[in-house]
Design a binder for this molecule. Structure first.
Ligand SMILES: NC(=O)c1ccc[n+]([C@@H]2O[C@H](COP(=O)([O-])OP(=O)(O)OC[C@H]3O[C@@H](n4cnc5c(N)ncnc54)[C@H](O)[C@@H]3O)[C@@H](O)[C@H]2O)c1
Ligand SMILES: [Zn+2]
Length: 415
């Protein structure tokens, strides 16, 4: 019985007779009942500017969309980085709620939270959020609004999903990555036991409001990082969008407002389409079709410090590398890889990191270990998205070490 682990430490001898042992159960017939139901989700994703100007009615409309006559109780959480960049934001939100007090009730103070990955790493963070939601008496018909980067969306989204088994959650993503990728999705997570996104849920939001004004205040590096996800979805899903990115690359590199807002909107639409029509919104299969370029990126992120290489920068490297790999695999016409590389460089990405050449004692490239980790993360068989054409992804289940090595040499040569 040594192989049975009792937690906490309740010991029960397995050979102890259970109360039913002497009953004659032959009259009981086995049966399997199949339980089946479908739940439909819908949530608005709004693209706007100045969402907290009292004349902008999007927020009011999304909060009232199920119960228009009611006064809605709302808790508001803001990313500390956003609050610092936009010192008038809290006042604007209060003014918005005052202007619409007939329908909106801002419960207590606006809560400013420390933003960035640190909030996902702090084990007390979720407990504190749950305490705040409890103090504000938020119930399943009230709202928790989160305004911030992808990390704050993930942490507040997770707390909102588990508090009372789920309260209504409205997202205001404030980074390019948040608006063009993570914010429109159905996932949340925090880091636990030292592992990235170990604990989280699939929980569609009540609504997403992408306000372009937040992008204006982002540091240049953050603006650029989110663009690699747009290049990624263009490459695997939408050739037209890729051609548009090529034509507008210089304006995008200068972060001009109009092309930036189109990039965000088109990328968000493609992500939304994948969730709605890709057949696996809650990722129960072993493919992550939108994670093109990500197996290398995830590994590089772990091998470097986030301050040296952010997710978006690592993804840009992964995208370029897998474009060349796709050519070596005979999937993508030669020369298309150079186009991908050129676009990313024009957008301002640096497509080299010395860690790409790190080798284990065995002589094997350390990034190749990322393949195993990628498969383990997804469960099931290894599934990697490559390119069949610009605008068309293709899934493969094997990766050739030699072609990975050659793809790294190609990136080094072009650096
Ligand atoms: N749930 C998902 O589907 C999903 C998908 C992709 C990524 N993510 C997660 O998103 C996180 C990364 O998000 P991110 O790239 O948005 O970065 P982030 O949330 O870490 O924010 C980066 C920094 O920018 C600051 N900031 C945010 N908005 C700002 C603004 N408008 N002006 C000034 N500063 C601002 C933040 O305070 C933070 O210091 C990761 O934790 C990642 O795991 C989640
Ligand atoms: Zn990504």
């Amino acid at each position: 019985m040594n192989n049975i682990y009792h937690y906490p430490n309740k010991q029960r001898k397995l050979d102890e007779p259970t109360p039913n042992d002497n009953n004659d159960t032959r009259a009981i017939v086995d049966s399997v009942q199949v339980q089946r139901f479908a739940v439909e989700y819908d949530y608005p994703v709004v693209f706007t500017r100045h969402a907290f100007d009292p004349v902008n009615l999007h927020l009011l409309d999304v909060l009232r969309r199920r119960e228009p006559g009611k006064r809605h109780r709302v808790a508001v959480f803001i990313d500390g980085g956003v609050a610092q960049a936009l010192p008038h934001l809290a006042g604007q939100i209060q003014a918005y709620f005052s202007a619409h007090h007939e329908f909106l009730d801002l419960v207590g103070d606006i809560v400013v939270l420390k933003g960035g990955e640190e909030c996902k790493n702090d084990p007390d963070f979720i407990t504190n959020l749950l305490q705040i939601l409890s103090d504000k008496a938020i119930d399943r018909h009230s709202y928790a609004i989160a305004i911030g980067g992808g990390a704050i969306m993930d942490a507040v989204g997770y707390a909102a999903a588990i508090f009372h088994r789920g309260v209504r959650h409205v997202r205001f993503p404030t980074t390019v990555l948040g608006q063009d990728d993570s914010g429109v999705g159905v996932k949340n997570a925090v880091n636990w036991l030292g592992l990235k996104n170990l604990v989280g849920t699939f929980a569609p939001p009540w609504a997403v409001i992408n306000d372009g004004v937040f992008i204006d205040s982002l540091p240049a590096r953050e603006k650029r990082c989110g663009m690699s996800e747009a290049v990624k979805v263009a490459l695997i899903r939408d050739r037209e969008f890729f051609l548009w990115l090529e034509s507008n690359a210089l304006a995008l590199a200068r972060f001009e407002t109009v092309p930036m807002s189109y990039l965000i909107k088109r990328s968000a639409q493609i992500h939304m389409n994948q969730i709605a029509n890709g057949g696996d919104p809650f990722e129960s299969g072993s493919a992550r079709p939108l994670d093109y370029g990500h197996w290398v990126a995830h590994k590089l992120e772990r091998m470097t410090n986030q301050h040296i290489l952010s997710h978006g920068e690592a993804v840009a490297i992964g995208i370029a590398m897998d474009a060349h790999y796709s050519v070596l695999a005979g999937l993508l016409p030669a020369g298309e890889d150079a186009r991908v590389h050129q676009l990313l460089v024009t957008l301002g990405f640096k497509l080299w990191n010395d860690q790409l050449e790190t080798r284990h004692e065995s002589g094997r490239l350390a990034v190749l270990q990322g393949l195993r980790e990628f498969r383990e993360h997804l469960g099931g068989e290894l599934t990697i998205t490559l390119l069949n054409a610009i605008g068309k992804g293709i899934e493969v289940h094997e990766i050739n070490d030699q072609w990975v090595t050659e793809s790294i040499a190609w990136l080094k040569h072009l650096k």
